[in-house]
Design a binder for this molecule. Structure first.
Ligand code: AHM
Ligand code: MG
Length: 334
């Protein structure tokens, strides 16, 4: 008998969580089930990408620039699954300039909206290196029964009800956080189920990895340069320099740091005064997961989760990771 016969599926886990709240409606469980289903479909295409002619660019441009075929495919899959369910009033996606409202009687009754980056690390698709999907769930502030409004999506990250990511790596893992904790589920491809494999994830307070694209070293604030110098030096209370790991996929870098401890940063650089990463569907969900797991995340001056977003595709510098490493960094940035 497989030893994981006793393990819980994603569905069983969310339903178990539901039982803890007598007034819960099951909407969040339904939403997570939908996201899990979309992730499995994306995973299937990722696994046969070269065979399914899904590598390369699709010819269109999104708010970031060139779009890969898999970006488009994943975006369509997540939209279809969320639209056909009854637990989501609308979405914001990196791939669509405007919010998308599911304006039908059932969807207008649902209390949640979702923001997502269907594929994070798109540059890795063609070279068979880890990529991810990121999602963020908010309770609407607008009246139920009517279509969602922009304000439902423009809430500070601290208001997230749940946030998560999927990493399509050597195995496919879905990690999601609520205020109660962070849990990871590994996809068993043979039966197409996510099983709880990483219960109650806690980020080590210190680690040995720093993730930063060194090509920007000469473009960043001198204070941050000194921190990078610190990362690669030997100090009294630390045996040796940190290892540099930068996958070009924030999900993969932060997933590793969550498990092993580490720090990731994408600061402001020349020509990118606000950095590259998007506040609402990249930084906020990763900051929420990291904080619930015991780490922290800032833009260099302010906690990411406290930023009041002004527009849905807003960018922000991001510094995120293990608590003690973030404390060291903040000492340099002061
Ligand atoms: P994407 O959503 O278009 O893939 O962009 C986000 C990605 C992050 O995952 C990654 O950390 C960063 O862009 C890499 O950018 P760069 O090549 O500038 O280092
Ligand atoms: Mg993307």
């Amino acid at each position: 008998m497989p030893r994981y016969n006793n393990l819980m599926t994603l569905d069983e886990f969310t339903i178990q969580q539901l039982r803890l709240f007598p007034n819960a409606t099951g909407e969040l469980s339904g939403l997570l089930r939908g996201i899990g289903l979309a992730a499995k479909q994306v995973n299937r295409e990722v696994n046969k990408a070269a065979l399914a002619d899904i590598l390369g660019v699709d010819g269109s441009i999104n708010v970031q620039g060139e779009v890969q075929k898999l970006d488009t495919y994943a975006n369509e899959v997540f939209i279809k699954v969320l639209r056909s369910g009854i637990n989501c009033a609308g979405i914001v996606s990196e791939e669509n300039e405007c919010m998308m409202l599911f304006d039908d009687a059932k969807s207008n009754q649902s209390k949640y909206v979702v923001l997502m980056d269907p594929i994070d690390g798109s540059g890795n698709i063609d070279i068979n290196i880890s990529i991810g999907s990121i999602f963020s769930v908010y309770r609407r502030v607008s009246e139920l029964g009517k279509p969602a409004v922009l304000e439902d999506f423009l809430q500070p990250g601290i208001k997230q009800v749940a946030a998560g990511y999927v990493i399509y790596g050597s195995s496919t893992i879905l990690v999601y956080a609520t205020r109660r904790g962070v849990n990871g589920f590994t996809l068993d491809n043979s039966i197409g189920e996510f099983y709880l494999s990483h219960p109650d994830m806690r980020m080590p307070p210190h680690g040995r990895f720093y993730s930063f694209d060194n090509r920007y070293y000469n473009q960043v604030d001198p204070k941050l340069k000194r921190y990078v110098d610190f990362c690669i030096s030997t100090t009294e209370n630390r045996k040796g320099p940190y290892s540099n790991r930068y996958y070009g996929c924030m999900v993969a870098d932060i997933h590793r740091n969550l498990l092993k401890g580490g720090i990731f940063f994408y600061p402001q650089v020349e020509g990118r005064p606000e950095g590259k990463l998007r506040l609402c569907y990249e930084c906020n969900p990763m900051a929420f997961i990291t904080e619930v797991a015991g780490g922290s995340a800032t833009n260099g001056r302010q906690r990411i989760l406290d930023i009041m977003p002004e527009h849905i595709h807003q960018r922000t510098p991001l510094f995120i990771g293990s608590k003690e490493m973030m404390r060291d960094l903040e000492g340099f940035l002061q």
